[in-house]
Design a protein around this ligand. Structure first.
Ligand SMILES: [Fe+2]
Ligand SMILES: [Fe+2]
Length: 246
C-alpha cells in the first residue's frame, strides 16, 4: 500500500505478529535500511546472524548472563542485532565506504552513526516494536562501540554502564570485522580471532561474554557468508581498495 507521499507502506502489527518476522517485513524501517550502502547492509546481516548464534548459545548454556534482559529479546534478537548500524542511514553517503581510506574527519562522521540512532528511530513514524523492544534496539545501536574498559565511543562509558545487549553486539561486530574478507589483507586465521577475543576480555569486551563467545565460535556459518561477501566486495571495490564498515 502506498502512503500517498511516495514513501513507505504502513502496516501496523499486532504484538503476536512480531514473532518470527524479518527486517524486510518492517516497511518503514526497511525503507531506511535500504538506503544504507549494500556492503554495510551485508555486514549488518552477518552481525545479526553471528549475534543470533551467540544469543542462542547464551540462552542454552549461560542463561544467568542474560537475566538482566528479562527475555525481552528472545523473539526478535536477530532483527535487533541486524539493525545495530541503522544510524548509518543518516550518515552522508559521501563518507560511507569511500575508496582509498578515510581522513580523521571522515572517520569522525562515520562514528556519528551511533548517536544518529535517535534521529533514525524518530523518523520512523510507525515502529514495529513494543516500547521495551525499541529501547533495546536503541541501546544496541547507540552503545555497540563502547568498550568494557571505557575507551570506546560515543560516550566512553564502561563495564555495566553499557547495556548488556550492546555488549553482546560488540562481540559479534568485532568478530565480523576480523573474519570478513578484506581486499587489503588475508583472512585472519580463526585461531587468531579466538585468541584476540579472549585477550580482549576486560578490555574491549565483558570477560564472561568473551569466554562464552569463544565457546560458540565454531557454530558461526563463517565460510558461506565470507564467500558471498568476497564475491560482492571484490566485484565492487577491487582488491586494492580499503573498505570500512561499522
Ligand atoms: Fe557494525
Ligand atoms: Fe557500528
Amino acid at each position: 500500500m502506498d502512503d500517498g507521499a511516495g514513501g513507505a507502506c504502513v502496516i501496523v502489527y499486532d504484538e503476536k505478529d512480531m514473532k518470527n518476522t524479518r527486517v524486510g517485513c518492517y516497511p518503514t524501517l526497511a525503507c531506511l535500511y535500504s538506503i544504507i550502502p549494500r556492503d554495510v547492509r551485508l555486514h549488518m546481516e552477518r552481525v545479526g546472524i553471528y549475534a543470533a548464534v551467540f544469543y542462542r548459545h547464551l540462552m542454552k548454556e549461560h542463561p544467568d548472563l542474560l537475566e538482566p534482559l528479562n527475555h525481552e529479546l528472545d523473539d526478535c534478537y536477530q532483527d535487533l542485532y541486524t539493525l545495530h548500524d541503522i544510524g548509518r542511514a543518516f550518515v552522508p553517503v559521501r563518507f560511507q565506504n569511500k575508496a582509498g581510506g578515510l581522513t580523521d574527519e571522515e572517520f569522525a562522521q562515520i562514528k556519528q552513526h551511533t548517536v544518529l540512532t535517535a534521529d533514525t528511530l524518530d523518523s520512523i513514524y510507525i515502529l514495529p516494536f513494543t516500547a521495551s523492544v525499541q529501547m533495546h534496539l536503541f541501546n544496541i545501536s547507540m552503545y555497540h562501540h563502547e568498550r568494557y574498559d571505557g575507551r570506546g565511543y560515543p560516550f566512553g562509558i564502561s563495564q555495566e554502564q553499557i547495556p548488556l545487549e550492546a555488549r553482546i553486539c560488540s562481540l559479534a561486530d568485532a568478530y565480523d570485522g576480523m573474519t570478513s574478507w578484506k581486499p587489503y589483507r588475508k583472512n585472519m586465521p580463526i585461531e587468531k580471532v579466538r585468541t584476540i577475543i579472549l585477550e580482549e576480555a576486560g578490555k574491549q569486551f565483558t570477560p564472561s561474554l568473551s569466554l562464552a563467545f569463544a565457546e560458540c565460535m565454531d557454530q558461526m556459518p563463517r565460510e558461506e557468508l565470507n564467500e558471498a561477501w568476497e564475491a560482492h566486495a571484490g566485484r565492487y571495490f577491487g582488491r586494492n581498495t580499503k573498505v570500512s564498515v561499522g
